[in-house]
Design a protein around this ligand. Structure first.
Ligand SMILES: NC(=O)c1ccc[n+]([C@@H]2O[C@H](COP(=O)([O-])OP(=O)(O)OC[C@H]3O[C@@H](n4cnc5c(N)ncnc54)[C@H](OP(=O)(O)O)[C@@H]3O)[C@@H](O)[C@H]2O)c1
Length: 182
């Protein structure tokens, strides 16, 4: 049974990803920064017979990331897929030249560094067979131009692709790290 971890999974796209992957027979770890919201989101799925394991996870908090990694290692021994979904502050109202950098910084702490921290922490559990996926816009901020995002995101993606899998495209024709932000 494949083991999947989805961040920011107590609602929205993350929760739907959990539902669909668990419905395909996968063991899904549902990460939620508020454990009560995570539990509430997971319960209907668990009662429907799906293998869903809710756990507190704040991607801006290294201790929280490390606690869950220890739990995943103890419970399942590995991770097959990491879905970096958690994100905040889609500050599309801002212009690069006048942006409130506090807002930008707060957004990047979750949307960029959160996903980055997750990759650093979980690549050792993914190594050999794992995949990382990102549904978040890692550089989501109007202060970062689309051209910069397009240029930077593949660099980050490539770094974790090569770290998590030695020859990702040879066997499957697909990259080991998918980035589906637009
Ligand atoms: N919706 C779209 O049209 C669209 C389009 C393209 C890409 N995306 C991407 O898809 C992803 C999900 O979108 P969505 O519309 O489902 O977003 P959403 O409804 O705003 O949900 C975001 C989720 O991320 C969680 N989260 C926020 N900060 C977190 C943190 N520090 N640690 C852990 N979890 C955190 C939220 O938890 P709380 O409930 O505690 O706030 C929530 O569960 C995002 O990455 C977004 O950029 C969305």
């Amino acid at each position: 049974m494949k083991v999947v971890l989805v961040t920011g999974a107590n609602r929205g796209i993350g929760l739907e990803v959990v539902r669909q992957l668990a419905s395909q027979g996968m063991q899904v770890v549902l990460g939620a920064r508020d454990p009560l919201k995570g539990e509430a989101a997971a319960q209907p799925l668990i009662q429907a017979g799906l293998s869903v394991f809710p756990h507190q996870l704040d991607v801006t908090d290294q201790d929280s990331i490390d606690r869950l990694r220890a739990e995943v290692a103890a419970q399942f021994g590995r991770l097959d897929i990491l879905v970096n979904n958690a994100a905040i502050l889609y500050d599309t109202w801002q212009q690069a030249t006048t942006a409130d950098l506090k807002v930008v910084h707060t957004g990047l702490e979750t949307n960029l560094f959160g996903a980055w921290r997750m990759c650093q922490a979980y690549v050792p559990l993914l190594r050999g067979s794992g995949w990382t996926m990102s549904s978040s816009r890692p550089l989501a901020s109007s202060s970062v131009s689309r051209e910069q995002r397009v240029a930077l995101s593949p660099q980050i993606t490539r770094a974790f692709t090569s770290a998590s899998r030695p020859d990702p495209s040879a066997a499957t024709g697909r990259p080991a790290s998918w980035n589906i932000w637009a």
